[in-house]
Ligand binder design. Sequence first.
Ligand code: SF4
Ligand code: SF4
Length: 462
Amino acid sequence: MPVIDEILIATGAVLFAALVYAAIVSWRENESRAVRRLLGLAVLAPLPFLVVVAMPSQAGAYTGAGLLGVTLLTAVALLVPTRSKHRAERDTPTTRVDERDIMFSRARLEPGSERFEAYYREKPDRRGPDDGFRALPGLMRKGAAFYDPFMFAAADSSFATIAELHAMVDGPVAPEKEAPDPAAISEFIMGWTVKLGAGEVGITELREYHKYTTVGRGEQYGQPVRLDHKYAIALTVEMAKEMIDRAPRGPTVMESAQQYMTPGAIAVQVAQFIRNLGYPARAHIDGNYRVICPLVARDAGLGEIGRMGLLMTPRLGPRVRLGVVTTDLPLLADRREPEHSVLDFCSMCEKCADVCPSQAIPRGLRSEIDGALRWRIDPEACFTYWCKIGTDCARCVSVCPYSHPDNLMHNTVRLAIRNSAVARRVALAADDYLYGRRPPPAEVEGWMEVESESVATRQPVE
Ligand code: SF4
Ligand code: SF4
């Protein structure tokens, strides 16, 4: 057999094997549409190679050489590094955020209270949209479209646990000070934080724009944020794919609440550890932040801020929750390595904007907001939708091509996306083809599905 035929058969066989492997991985991920399409491709893709081998020798040799040339060029285009058009530049905010303006703070204002009146006297334009979401059932409330007594109670139990942690975010510092080497203690903290359950950890110097100007939640509402720590440790925790895939139904708010709690508990523990060494440290956890976690995490080298305004990590995209510890313990800060490819990908993707039920996610390119190039979602539209359905939605997170599981197949695609502009285009087209441009939410089934009516009519056990 001529050498060219052997190469053609080997190339067809590699293609077949890779596509069957991808189909098996997709089957394990319960992605039935992807399985069907990958198996179809596994049959079709090697065919041109086999047809060429079967052609008469002269014509077959020329066509085979042409086919191999095209295959080689495609591989080169997908692998050779190219410069990103849209880059992580001019993205440092020049202003700070008042926590009283964020939706979670505004949602806590009690109509008729002094705080309520004072806020809307100062920001009268917010009164209309905020009255809109107040007229709806609300997050985890009966009457919401996706009300589920068990799932909402489960989520609420996580939030109640987090609330108990608020008392532990700060505390007395041990009188005796250790003097560890910054590099060694940084390595220890990062290793231990991963051991405690974090996915990734990074350290940055704390900057002014990381901090809120004014406290917007809790007993210190309205007080200026006083935080003069030098360093911030940021950590991520994965949100389970099988839960987020059910977005916007109940499993998503269960998972969201759970994964606010996990990094919260880790941050509280790490802050206590640092105080035990004789240095001030404060944990920043759900409902008790003094810093904007995504910005801290970005500057600590954990990712970039994407179209939906969330941190996009290289391994899990936006499917993470964050915790932060700020401290004066001398640490070795990580250098931010801007990941331009994420911003390049987000600039063309818009999949989250396509599925967003409230059209809260902007389209087009980043624009300058507060001195920084970024996308900004419409927080009122997003939060009002949450108050209608009772969960924190997360449809955007569930469909993001970066949210796929952290495994060899998806990481190979992520590597290509990182390297090559051509690969980014091909990956987006492939994602749409395999999973759909607007993938439907996965069914709520198995242990998550409890017939609340039958439970309600069940007699209590004596
Ligand atoms: S869905 Fe697309 S545009 Fe939206 S955050 Fe993810 S990658 Fe960016
Ligand atoms: S959480 Fe839902 S409503 Fe909010 S931006 Fe994402 S998709 Fe839109």
